[in-house]
Ligand binder design. Sequence first.
Ligand code: IMP
Length: 430
Amino acid sequence: MANVVVVGAQWGDEGKGKIVDWLSERADVIARFQGGHNAGHTLVIDGEVFKLSLLPSGIVRKGKRSVIGNGVVLDPWALIDEIARLTAQGVEISPDNLMIAENTPLILPVHGELDRARENQNAVAKIGTTGRGIGPAYEDKVGRRTVRVADLADKATLELRVDRLLVHHDALRRGLGLPEVDRAALLAQLEEVAPKILPFAAPVWKVLNEDRRAGKRILFEGAQGALLDVDFGTYPFVTSSNTMAGMAATGTGLGPGAVDFVLGIVKAYTTRVGEGPFPTELDDDNGQRLGERGREFGTVTGRKRRCGWFDAVLVRQTCATSGVSGIALTKLDVLDGFDELKICTGYELDGRMLDYLPTAADQQARVTPVYETLEGWPDSTAGARSWAELPAAAVKYVRRVEELIQCPVALLSTSPERDDTILVTDPFAD
Ligand code: IMP
């Protein structure tokens, strides 16, 4: 049986929602393995719109197991709100179809406050985060002072964990001019939320290993994108988790051999939200046009996304670091009507040519893209369901992308509608 990991291969917002939904219909288990409620995507099923942030996409489909793995950072209040919102839309959510790994770290109100205080107080340290407390929560995880889901079950343990956490946070907060944490209030909040979260807690690693042995199809649903990876992304302008495919294993408790196909989601041009280097960014009419045609506004924060030409150097790199088996190319129709299109094929830095993005931040900021120009197409590609329906210049563009990134197209998405998809390779095929 095939298990599939879906990861964004750029800076997030590649259009994972539609593809993940398409795949989750055919999976038995859908697991989130990193990130938190900094993610956001919209599913349209039978005309109804579902907005998901923390819950795996499979939740809206009956008979699927949805899993939040230990690699996620979980804001219990955000989860409860999301569950309430979806329940009001008629989605059934219970411990029968949702499991949360017991070793998942929690995002507490102190994390969001710290995230926002840092972003607002110090221009030098600004990352342009979503302000959801993601970074501080991961810091506490690796700092060995976090509160995890399992800790909610025992009052004495919870108090110990909170005390350990507050030694650190109160010191930080004093430095930032924030009031110290009200310990009693935090404990009361946690005790109030515990009975709503604990019924979903489970040894996810065990359940998933059993599912795998039973031949169930597991879809690992990545959030953000590989260029936001804390190790391989445009550090420090990254998120605080590993967003690459390798994280699917450690973020759920399966071995690396559990993954049979890595599907990288790639947008036909490039966008990014927040601060940080972006070699092919366009500040001109073309950038404006990509943003308007692609409706490039963040689903979580509503921020306008920065837009630019397709950067093949970056995607070749992320396909390599995530071991991408095939890509799903999205939003090709946004390029309809351009006279010509540019693709970045390399960088120039201090008179040298580079075929990868260097690691040093100052170099990342200074590389200048080397472009290849391709002919545009006046006709619409929107809604195409076969190669034959695409203009020749659009096919040429896609083929050139494949060549440059050294990875084949498995799926081509030509509109937000589920059926407007050209399937080349089925990721779930045995
Ligand atoms: P954080 O994940 O909130 O710490 O934000 C760190 C960086 O990741 C910022 O540049 C955010 O804009 C970016 N980011 C986080 N989540 C997403 C996402 O789902 N899509 C795109 N960018 C994201």
